[in-house]
Design a protein around this ligand. Structure first.
Ligand code: PAF
Length: 301
């Protein structure tokens, strides 16, 4: 059985006890509404560690709209059943106040000093979002303590940020795992639950745009602005509102489009399909070879 703990203090104690017994701890931070992408992270954590835990906390600090926070899917019972099935030993949650006890009140949580990966893209379109992720991930890492922490590559900018957080802590090893896709190519996301059948079809334009950029890259196009234009054009269809199409050097993150030609490229998109904001990305060098895992659609969706 996966045990479910309601406070960070209990989770900290549990993790410490596991380590005393000599077990390495795998950790999968989540906001719940688990899908096959999360499941693959937990499976990997279970395979690579003596014991595995997950957090389930819809972090208000990373939502820049109250409506988005309220609409974020929640399915605790199902989540715990999934964690149990794949061998996760403990799941924990907490309140903002319990993660930041020194603030006294959730409104008084001090701002973080933003790390470099925060710059641009998600930060520009969701003010405060990346800072909110930084604040909670730092706390989650401190709660769990020394561990191997697993994140999905779908949130590419977040994966750079969590590596930078971990680099400042010394006791956390970050493992970034490939994006898991539905059979049509749509990147798995908790937000996909809010798409109806027509929107789900429309949402495939995101991965098509990324693949078109990868095709152009393999054809020799190394100018990031041209690749961004190509993707923007493919997303210019009724029903889709694009926040950004971007190409970045993954090893040298910049807020703005870097000057070309690039040696390495990561294509990223964020777009609204109906009322749902979706993000996705592809490594342009390896796209079409091994950059993503496809699983059949989650049962029941
Ligand atoms: O990727 C997520 O689900 C969240 O951003 C995270 C890392 C759990 C922090 O709230």
């Amino acid at each position: 059985m996966t045990i479910y703990l309601g406070t960070p203090a209990e989770a900290r104690y549990w993790c410490r006890e596991q380590r005393k017994g000599g077990q390495s701890v795998g950790f999968v931070p989540t906001m719940g509404a688990l899908h096959d992408g999360h499941r693959s992270l937990v499976e990997r954590a279970v395979a690579e560690n003596g014991t595995t835990c997950a957090s389930i906390f819809v972090n208000p600090l990373q939502f820049n709209s109250r409506e988005d926070l309220d609409k974020y899917p929640r399915s605790l019972e199902e989540d715990l059943a999934i964690l149990d099935r794949v061998g996760c030993k403990m799941a924990f949650t907490g309140s903002l106040e319990s993660f930041f006890p020194e603030a006294g009140d959730a409104d008084r949580i001090p701002p973080v000093v933003p790390l470099p990966a925060i710059a641009g893209l998600e930060a520009a379109f969701r003010p405060g979002h990346m800072e909110g992720v930084q604040a909670i991930v730092e706390r989650l890492f401190r709660t769990v303590g020394p561990c191997r922490a697993y994140f999905g590559e779908k949130d590419f900018q977040q994966s750079l940020l969590v590596r930078q957080i971990a680099a400042g802590m010394n006791t956390i090893e970050v493992v970034v795992c490939p994006t898991v896709r539905e059979s049509g190519g749509l990147a798995m996301s908790s937000r996909n639950r809010r798409l109806d059948a027509a929107e789900r079809e429309l949402a495939l334009a995101l991965v098509r745009a990324l693949r078109a950029a990868a095709g152009a890259w393999h054809g020799g196009q190394r100018d990031p602005e041209r690749l961004e234009e190509l993707m923007r054009g493919m997303l210019a269809v009724p029903g889709i509102t694009t926040d950004y199409t971007a190409v970045r050097d993954p090893e040298n993150w910049t807020a703005e489009t870097p000057p070309g030609p690039l040696q390495k490229g990561r294509a990223l998109v964020a777009a609204w399909v109906g009322g749902v904001r979706l993000i996705d990305n592809l490594d342009l060098d390896t796209a079409g070879t091994h950059s993503s895992t496809v699983r059949p659609a989650f049962r029941g969706e």
